[in-house]
Design a protein around this ligand. Sequence first.
Ligand SMILES: [Zn+2]
Length: 336
Amino acid sequence: MVIETATGEEAIILRCPTLKSFGLAAFSSYNGQFFRAARSIRRDPFQKEQFMPSFFRLAPACLMFTILIAITSHARSADKPIAAVDANMCRAMQELDVLHKNAAVSCAQLRIVYFSYLGFDGKVHDDGAVMVMAALADHVQAIFATLLQRKFAIAGAQLMQHYRGDDLAAMRANNTSAFNDRAVTNGSAPSLHAYGAAIDINPIQNPFVEFEDAGKTRYSPAAGSKYANRLVVRPGKAVRKGMAEDVVDVFAENGFLIWGGDWDAPIDYQHFQISRTLAKRLAALPVAQAQVVFNDYVNSYRHCAAATKSVTASESGNIVKTNTVKTKCMAAVDQP
Ligand SMILES: [Zn+2]
């Protein structure tokens, strides 16, 4: 699909799913000054007399979808690192399948954390954004600031409305994300993502791994199968970037003690979360109070971890150290 930009600015490129036969490509610039929709090249031969009525019938719907995306993409990171979810964005999230009726948290309980990150291209990008529970926002900001300091590569982080809440699409795009009002995979309980209390990071480098009958293994996304081997350094091969094992301590130090890479079946290498008990407790409290509870929780873990680290100083490896600390400290601090 050919997209042209008048300004050379970073553009959001979308394909409207309702216009299957001829497609409508739309793009908008981040500063909101330029916006237009352009009809794209039809893939299949299409009779003009059939095409035009369909176009005029479906174009308004597609245009509306594009406007919703433009609204949700408008804010930038530099001057507002943590932003509330305003009424427009809240409405857009509902329209775009990211937020539903009877959700575990309201828009007032969510925040957008904007951040800069090191891309796999070795350059610093300033367009990172994740939506999380408000009580966690300060610590999520600290997580991504530390990842940048550590030069941990991130492929990209756009809010889930860019993918209409489609987790599989976001994973295929290697998108780092958090809030998405959805059920757990292969289940009906709300995912911790539905609380804004879980973060998925670089899904290709850190796939979701399921084990089916007859010994079959399924990787989501499929490209993640290249990372079945979890070693970062291997003889004669390039050192690998963006793998979650490198940063388990950063997430733990900021309250995200649970890592899906510690699970047995499935294994969810991209997934960091707080406990469900804690998420439910925070969701039931007013934001300011929930913030105090979470800060206390994080401080309690850090205190325990600091005392434990001296014991584990001789051990090598981030995982071994962090998991040793977690083993000692999780039970001590993870009280509802
Ligand atoms: Zn996840």
